[in-house]
Write a protein that binds this ligand. Sequence first.
Ligand SMILES: [Zn+2]
Length: 280
Amino acid sequence: MPETNNPLRRFFRQPAIYIKLPSDGNFYPPGTLDMPANRELPVYPMTAMDEITYRTSDALFNGAAIATVISSCVPAIKDGWQIPSIDLDTVLVAIRIASYGHEMEFESACPHCEHENAFGLDLRTVIDGIKSPDYSATVNIGDIVIYFKPLSYQQVNANSLDQFQDQKLIEILPTANIPEEEKIQQLSQAFAKLTNMTVQAMAQSIAMIQADGEMVVEPEYIEEYIRNCEKDTFDRIRDHMAELKKSTDLKPLHITCQGCTKQYETPFTMDVSNFFVSAS
Ligand SMILES: [Zn+2]
């Protein structure tokens, strides 16, 4: 937002916390991140406008609300859509801390005795537990070296929306009131589309491929390579990506049941259902 000479400026919201990005500013397209000299980004609490944007959306679905709230609360990130996926959890948890404090009520049912355990979770430990995957690691196959990169939030969002719509279609088609032949045709199209999306997401995760001393960065060439490489190669790329993803997953919470004293693990995710202090 352009700065004005408003005498009320010093009464505007102030940064509540500062964060280091897991990416350390890598993978942002030029002009989409203002990295401070000390590499710590100020995070502001949500304004009433941000809360309204975030809460009232279907936009939650298309991700536009989240992208808007990110660049409002972390103004160093100029375009919330371009944030690399590895920074997303850190930034969302930081916005939650800046807006409502670091303590979060968390509830989970014990899988052994079904006791409802409620406890306070310190979100700072969640941020401290987020690791950045090693994107300097390459996959080497013969004379080919493959370099990886995280997807942008925009790509993650578009992919999951596509996948959601396609899976919905696959669910409803069997009972749809259309001729059997058409059903089968549409189903096979929907499955082909799912496969296609997997290949596309793989290609999007490859930064470049070095071959015969030449660097290939063109997304269409990379995608074509994925479609035409040997199965072993495909599997090695896919496994490497799965490893990268696993290292960015939020750590599960270790819980000791207050009812039966047994221990169990439960996943922690940062989504709408637990983002706000009191969901209304
Ligand atoms: Zn229990």
